[in-house]
Design a protein around this ligand. Structure first.
Ligand SMILES: [Fe+2]
Length: 230
């Protein structure tokens, strides 16, 4: 059995090539769909949106991994590949499918240690875990927390508001849509384990609350459920 080298196997250049591969893969998934492709016209079904979400997860995951002492390379690469199969596979199998694509890529590009590949694939596969976060590896936890956080901040609000147009809703529904992001944020805050993710969730929740109250305060006749307004 060989001794594996502990130094970082992922240079910035390596990471950039991986990111280009992920983007092309997403783009091809959308192009390969026929006209009957599921959710074809929804903004979150585009390669651009998905790639942007992925890069947000990479950034957030990095920040959490750094403060939690997790393996940053594992989190970075797992974050990058975590949703690679999202546009071609069903939701309940996209994590496993993504881990397979990542394994194939990592085994055929460069000389990544086997243990590194295994940790990355475990985190990708585990990112759809719905149970307690204590049950998964620290690196998987970082990816899950980053994934949750991206849905509850400015990006989450933007997507929800964009969605209104696709659903032919009026702009008067905006506060209600923001309220949904707030609800999702509260659930995310309860679920995250790390201090870093918790404080990020806290800050995002505050901002979403301000934005909702701002809408209700400035737009006459815009309301949300009174019980939920505090
Ligand atoms: Fe994701």
């Amino acid at each position: 059995m060989g001794v594996e080298i502990a130094e970082s196997p992922v240079t910035d250049e390596t990471f950039e090539s991986m990111a280009a591969f992920v983007y092309d893969y997403l783009q091809a998934s959308v192009e390969n769909e026929g006209d009957g492709g599921r959710m074809r016209w929804y903004p979150w079904h585009s390669a651009e949106y998905r790639f942007n979400h992925i890069m947000n997860v990479v950034e957030l995951g990095n920040e959490i991994a750094e403060s939690e002492g997790a393996n940053e390379d594992v989190v970075r690469v797992a974050g990058l590949f975590h949703d690679i199969a999202k546009l071609e596979a069903d939701q309940d199998v996209h994590a496993e499918a993504g881990a397979r694509v990542a394994r194939e890529y990592l085994e055929s590009h460069g000389h990544f240690p086997g243990s590194f590949i295994n940790q990355v694939c475990r985190a990708i596969e585990g990112h759809s875990h719905t149970g307690e976060l204590e049950e998964v590896s620290l690196e998987t936890q970082c990816v899950i927390e980053a994934d949750l956080l991206d849905k509850v901040g400015a990006n989450g609000i933007t997507l929800m508001l964009l969605r209104m147009g696709y659903e032919a809703r009026t702009h008067m529904d905006a506060a209600e849509m923001v309220q949904r992001v707030l609800q999702r944020g509260k659930e995310a805050k309860k679920r995250v384990q790390s201090d870093r993710a918790e404080s990020m969730a806290h800050q995002r929740l505050k901002r979403v609350t301000w934005f909702r109250d701002w809408l209700v305060g400035e737009v006459s006749e815009m309301t949300v459920d009174e019980d939920e307004l505090r």
